[in-house]
Design a protein around this ligand. Structure first.
Ligand SMILES: Cc1cc2nc3c(=O)[nH]c(=O)nc-3n(C[C@H](O)[C@H](O)[C@H](O)COP(=O)(O)O)c2cc1C
Length: 245
């Protein structure tokens, strides 16, 4: 099984999204999957110009000469694709959205009705068949992923993909392990993310039981969100004078 993760963070160095992807892929690789983590910041990806050449003049091929032709090859030769992004303004990053827009050549321009009678494009390629979503955000509540939950359901319907796992994590800054008191909780959480990678290879999807655990508070301390908010505001206050210097 080939699993390719496309990481839409705009950060070029360490990133919280990368930590989640790497755990997930480690789990998948341990079960024998061939895995790849692609950082989209390292690729040249121009905006889709909506010319529709990929549907008419050069079917299945985009006329823009950049890294998307290689990335599309990787996408359609994967069994499972992971689309990963931090939350930016309640949504996926601009980079991941630009990447998704540029996937338009993999669709067939003809229309069909799905099993519920709703219109969508026909499939051009057999692969990939499954999508796993990975995201993290700054705020601690899981409600900040509500837009993504709906968005990726719609995307899977449109692109004929099975939504095989969703890994969403608030308070993403803690993933880098900078708070020693939380080390054990973090390690337990990252094990769950690794298990998710194992389950996708073993049974084709992340189980409901594991998803429930992934959604539970990462730091299960009473009043954690209040403590976190206070700490964040202290950090913000400490940074402001430095920035003003
Ligand atoms: C432009 C921008 C917009 C953001 N918008 C949100 C937001 O709407 N909600 C939220 O909880 N975090 C938001 N964040 C915080 C990031 O989601 C958070 O820092 C995340 O851990 C970054 O992941 P990364 O290290 O993989 O880039 C935003 C960050 C940036 C840079």
């Amino acid at each position: 099984m080939k699993i390719t993760a496309f990481n839409g963070t705009h950060r070029t160095g360490e990133s919280n999204t990368s930590i989640l992807i790497d755990q997930f892929l480690q789990g998948a690789a341990a079960e024998g999957a061939q895995v790849e983590h692609i950082r989209l910041t390292a690729a040249k990806i121009q905006l889709c110009t909506a010319c529709k050449a990929c549907w008419q003049k050069t079917p299945g091929k985009c006329v823009i000469k950049d890294d998307m032709s290689l990335l599309i090859e990787k996408f359609i030769s994967s069994d499972v694709v992971v689309l990963a992004s931090p939350i930016y303004a309640d949504n996926i990053s601009g980079l991941l959205k630009t990447f998704i827009d540029r996937l338009i050549p993999i669709g067939d321009p003809h229309w069909e009705l799905d099993e519920k009678g709703e219109s969508r494009h026909c499939r051009r390629y057999q692969n990939p068949t499954k999508l796993v979503v990975i995201s993290n955000c700054g705020y601690p509540e899981q409600s900040h992923f509500d837009v993504l939950r709906l968005y990726f359901r719609r995307m899977c319907r449109n692109m004929h993909l099975e939504l095989s796992g969703e890994i969403y994590r608030g308070a993403g800054a803690l993933l880098a392990g900078g708070v020693p008191e939380f080390a054990e909780y973090l390690s337990d959480y990252l094990k769950l993310v690794k298990n998710a990678g194992q389950e996708v290879v073993r049974q084709g999807r992340v189980s409901d039981t594991l998803t429930e655990k992934l959604e539970a508070p990462m730091i299960p301390l009473p009043g954690f969100n209040q403590i976190f908010l206070k700490k964040v505001n202290q950090i913000v206050n400490a940074q402001i004078p430095k920035m003003a210097e």
